[in-house]
Ligand binder design. Structure first.
Ligand code: BEZ
Ligand code: FE
Length: 289
């Protein structure tokens, strides 16, 4: 096309990807290019503004590696990660929430009930629940991948004072779909504040950097959609201002004083010191292939 104009450039650009062989990839690329063109038109984007946006993305890229992704943080603070989680959440199932940067594959397998407390200080708690399908039928083949931060707010990967694999595990539920993990109460902590996402975007917006305390869970079972989610603490002061939009009402759990002290004591935690949170997980059926 030798006469590109304001009237034909969007069609020319989107049409130039007609040859992408995979239909889904073609739709995603053409949709993105089309929306970017609409955005530029709507805001009458200037050279200086587009250069500034590209400079910002360069800075985001410069801080993104396999172990730290400023790009993922950008997706998190703009709500895109949470939007994709919500789109993937099945009806009647426990909703998804952000994976975050501190999941690493290969957590140690432990027996269920589990005790992760080891040398950690912090409030002793028992997280227990049941994994079912959306009809409430127990999924006896389900597995859980669990991780959380320590009482100083840090995950083990960020903190040389913690032993490897601190406060993370994988386990199988029992034949009723039940799980029990003795652990410590998670605490709130801040998203990274040393990169362009915080310094140039979130902080100037007057937003906070805190995430409310949470446990992370990945729950899988044969024939069901794998769920990546989080469980929040009902008493946390940051529930309404999570920096990454992860909170859903269905993911807020309450700690109760233990009535069944034997459950804590079986795990070596003195009953009167222990709080219990019940959190049941409903998995959605796998989508048709
Ligand atoms: C987290 O849950 O660990 C997390 C999620 C998004 C950004 C930073 C941390
Ligand atoms: Fe987290």
């Amino acid at each position: 096309m030798r006469n590109i104009t304001l009237a034909n450039i969007t069609e020319a650009a989107t049409g130039s990807f007609d040859g992408l062989p995979d239909a889904r990839q073609r739709a995603l690329v053409q949709g993105l290019v089309g929306h970017l063109h609409s955005y530029a038109r709507e805001h009458q984007l200037t050279h200086a503004e587009w250069r500034a946006a590209i400079r910002f993305l360069h800075q985001v890229a410069a801080l993104s590696t396999d172990t730290r992704s400023e790009f993922t943080l950008l997706s998190d603070v703009t709500g895109v990660s949470s939007l994709v989680d919500l789109l993937a959440s099945g009806p009647d199932a426990t909703p998804g929430s952000v994976l975050g940067p501190f999941h690493t594959v290969g957590s140690p397998w432990v027996s269920n009930p589990a005790n992760l407390i080891a040398g950690n200080d912090g409030q002793r708690v028992l997280l227990r629940g049941r994994v079912t399908d959306t009809k409430g039928r127990p999924l006896a083949d389900a597995t859980l991948d669990f991780w959380q931060n320590a009482s100083n707010g840090m995950y083990w990967q960020m903190d040389p004072t913690q032993p490897a694999d601190n406060l993370r595990c994988q386990l199988k539920v029992d034949d009723q779909g039940r799980f029990e993990i003795a652990t410590i109460r998670a605490v709130p902590y801040q998203i990274p504040t040393d990169g362009p996402v915080w310094l140039d975007l979130v902080q100037p917006s007057g937003r906070g950097s805190w995430r409310p305390a949470h446990f992370h869970l990945i729950v899988s079972a044969p024939g069901q959609r794998t769920l990546v989610t989080e469980v929040f603490d009902a008493e946390d002061p940051y529930l309404d201002t999570d920096a990454v939009f992860g909170v859903r009402t269905a993911l807020i759990g309450r700690y109760d004083a233990v009535t069944d002290t034997a459950a804590c004591e079986r795990l070596g935690v003195p009953g009167p010191q222990c709080l219990v949170m019940n959190f049941d997980v409903r998995l959605a059926g796998a989508p048709a292939p």
